[in-house]
Ligand binder design. Structure first.
Ligand code: FMN
Length: 346
């Protein structure tokens, strides 16, 4: 074990930073750039069988907002607080082309002691199962199954936003029975039941749970009086980090420390990676900041994270859940009579 090594179920990663799926990982060159940045794994852009998913990508729109909810130019050097609001779709490639590309990328990744991870989004479960089998037969080593996209309520039958643990159980069980490779399940954050959804995914044989997907939002433009991008959008960003960490910590408590969790939603830096691991993540996916600013986000995060471990005399694996395991209940807090008075503006 080196300082940076972590394990996620059966999968050993050279470091816990994963390039999470989005548009910059559609083309092989984008995945290769992420691998060159030194990450432990890259999750390629998701696909499913639906032509409407491909169509949705070609109708997709993206915008960058600042902390005043104003649109700002899409630039790699945008302010650190900038976040993406968008409607996204699925890989525009045919499944055959996507699969062929993914397997070649996973071979390249293997040579760099990393992984290119396949990603399927459920629309029709029978088709997902058929695709999962082909993913395994092609030799891909890990499958991420996304059942927690933000968009199902806005585009029925194209993607999944599973909110019911029973449905999670039946979907993940069906895919688990079809393939033997490590199966990571990405779940929604648009629920009060994130730990229960995660529990169902593990009960069904999921090997790790990625939490928690972006949310739906609606942002009126005060100048045009219209909704930004004319509709409801997928939103996430640095402001979501405390929510991600909360779900990680609560899920770890609910499920036990032996159930690997992977963080997504809100990581911008190596210290954010540390925060999400202290909350219970065994690894951390970084996505929208990489799409916006490029893969230097990944290499800088790795460098900052390693420097942090050295400064603290810690290993990455040793960090996992440390803060989560110190979490106390409200009644355990000491009495602080009239403390609130110090916090009221005069
Ligand atoms: C434009 C865009 C496209 C995305 N596409 C996918 C996708 O195809 N599959 C997937 O599992 N997640 C997808 N995501 C979600 C990201 O992988 C990630 O979970 C989410 O953006 C939160 O993490 P972040 O704060 O690091 O961006 C997408 C996100 C964005 C912004």
């Amino acid at each position: 074990m080196t300082r940076l090594n972590v394990t996620v179920g059966r999968t050993s990663l050279k470091n816990p930073i994963i390039a999470g799926s989005a548009e910059h990982l559609i083309e092989a060159s984008g995945v290769q750039r992420a691998l060159h940045a030194g990450v432990g794994a890259v999750v390629v852009k998701s696909i499913n069988e639906s032509d409407r998913g491909k169509d949705q990508l070609q109708r997709a729109e993206y915008m960058l907002l600042d902390e005043e909810w104003r649109e700002i130019p899409w630039m790699p050097n945008a302010p650190a607080t900038a976040f993406i609001a968008c409607r996204s779709g699925l890989s525009p490639q045919s499944f055959e082309v996507w699969l062929d590309q993914a397997i070649k990328l996973d071979r390249e990744a293997e040579a760099a002691d990393a992984y290119a991870i396949a990603s399927l989004i459920v629309a029709d479960l029978a088709q997902t199962i058929a695709m999962a089998k082909q993913v395994e037969q092609a030799g891909l080593r890990v499958l991420e199954l996304n059942i927690g996209t933000p968009y199902a309520s806005q585009a029925k039958g194209v993607v999944a936003t599973e909110l019911d643990p029973e449905r999670v159980l039946s979907i993940v069980s069906a895919v688990r029975q079809a393939v033997k490779i490590p199966l990571w399940v990405k779940i929604t954050g648009q629920s009060e039941r994130v730990p229960e959804l995660a529990a169902a995914a593990f009960r069904a044989g999921g090997e790790a749970v990625v939490m928690a997907g972006r949310l739906l939002g609606f942002i009126p433009d005060v100048e045009t009086l219209q909704p930004f991008l004319n509709t409801t959008l997928g939103v996430g960003g640095h402001w979501n980090l405390p929510l991600t960490c909360h779900w990680l910590a609560v899920s770890r408590q609910h499920l036990g420390a032996d159930k690997p969790l992977i963080a997504t939603n809100g990581a911008r830096s190596g210290l954010d990676v540390a925060r999400m691991m202290l909350a219970g993540g065994s690894a951390v996916e970084m996505s929208s900041q990489v799409m916006l600013r490029g893969t230097t986000v990944l290499s800088s995060a790795l460098e900052e994270f390693d420097a942090y471990l050295q400064r603290k005399g810690m290993t990455a694996a040793g960090l996992v859940g440390m803060a989560a395991d110190q979490r106390k209940t409200f009644p355990e807090m000491p009495l602080r009579t009239d403390n609130w008075k110090k916090y009221v503006a005069l």
